[in-house]
Design a protein around this ligand. Structure first.
Ligand code: ATP
Ligand code: MG
Length: 247
């Protein structure tokens, strides 16, 4: 599809196209399109920009990933469609391995995911399914070198069941989720309420800038996720309260 430069929803349409292309290539599930649409709705309420509230969460996330002994970045079909290069860059900057984590896991889709991530420069990719977290079926499978032994895990656009299982397993969970009311957003230790296409490059910048261990510890100590979620909801509420926006 050709989107004219002048189209007022150009950026949003291009992102939609990227997810649709992921479905066509076989690594994004068709259900991923529905999750994307849900994200779009919340992004509209956010004003489609990184708020200062999201920026603070992003900084805390970068600090926590730098402090981790065994950080792991989880990648699913939507993430691989939207920010493959940017995600690989984040993994290299920390440094942390990237683990393929599919909600609708089949051997074929795993192969397509591997090809997608490797074609965008991913060298440290984990794809085994030789360990489990406490969720039944295919969704509980993880890599014994990755999420199974990680202390801090970034799981963007994640489902609530898996987030709860990771928490039960004692992991520190960082997520990116445009819906501040989702189970994942509420169960995670750090929730960045922002579009993944905006906040992954920002997180990589923070990772590059933050190095002093005392600073990192202070940033994570002073971060309050519940308050940050309330603040994100407040941003959305203010937009909804502005009834003149339809004039
Ligand atoms: P939960 O299972 O946590 O209660 P859910 O069932 O509503 O949430 P899922 O499909 O399991 O939703 O998870 C996907 C989440 O990712 C959704 O909350 C959606 O709003 C969010 N999301 C979708 N696209 C993006 C994006 N581009 N950036 C950030 N978040 C996104
Ligand atoms: Mg869900």
């Amino acid at each position: 599809m050709i989107v004219p430069d002048s189209h007022p929803r150009r950026q949003s349409l291009l992102l939609r196209e990227r997810v649709a292309a992921g479905v066509k290539s076989g690594f994004t599930s068709s259900v991923g399109l529905i999750a994307h649409g849900r994200g779009e709705a919340f992004d509209y309420l956010l004003g489609e920009e990184t708020t200062p509230v999201a920026e603070a969460a992003c900084r805390a996330a970068a600090a926590q990933l730098l402090l981790a002994e065994r950080p792991v970045l989880s990648v699913n079909g939507n993430v691989a469609a939207l920010v493959p290069e940017e995600y690989v860059a984040l993994g290299k900057a920390i440094p942390a391995p990237i683990e393929v984590n599919l909600f609708y896991r089949t051997p074929e889709r795993m192969r397509f995911m591997e090809a997608q991530m490797r074609s965008h420069g991913c060298e440290n990719l984990l794809c085994n399914e030789d360990a489990r977290i406490g969720v039944d079926s295919e969704r509980g499978k993880v890599d014994a070198r990755g999420q199974a032994v990680a202390d801090v895990i970034l799981v963007p656009l994640e489902d609530g069941d898996r987030t709860e299982a990771l928490k039960r397993a004692g992991k520190f969970v960082v997520t990116i989720d445009l819906n501040p009311l989702s189970r994942t957003a509420r169960k995670a230790d750090i929730t960045i309420v922002d579009n993944i296409v905006r906040c992954v490059p920002l997180m990589t910048r923070f990772v590059g800038d933050l190095r002093d261990r005392d600073d990192l510890e202070e940033i994570t100590r002073s971060f309050d996720n519940k308050q940050n979620l309330r603040d994100s909801l407040q941003v959305m509420k203010a937009r909804l309260d502005d009834t003149h926006s339809v004039d």
